[in-house]
Design a protein around this ligand. Sequence first.
Ligand code: 5GP
Ligand code: ZN
Length: 113
Amino acid sequence: MDCIFCKIIEGSIPSKKVFENERILAFYDIQPSAPQHVLIIPKKHIPTMNDVQTEDLALIGEIHQAAQQIARDLGIAEAGYRLINNCGKDSGQVVFHIHYHLLGGEKLGALVG
Ligand code: 5GP
Ligand code: ZN
């Protein structure tokens, strides 16, 4: 399958990992939008938020738990951070393997308002 993030999971494309277990991988974004910018992905290839099934809900919950852990490990948990999923072309999603951007390390601009 021609998926950049599946290749990162299998190791044929290198990445700087910050968290890994049997189901989830997290690594630094190659083009950071904040001082700390990590991508958290399931090892299961799910293209977008629209493709998440009931059977995936525990996995999505575990991604949130991993985000907590990573934020603590990066030292940004208390100051605060943002967890973003882009879904589909209008959102700007360019990699069609579901992923969550964990952004922090500075005061982030408001998304709305
Ligand atoms: P999207 O716009 O799909 O939500 O975000 C995709 C993100 O993946 C972008 O922030 C982009 O910089 C990142 N990215 C794309 N290719 C690679 C790669 O090969 N390695 C890493 N570490 N990040 C990547
Ligand atoms: Zn994939």
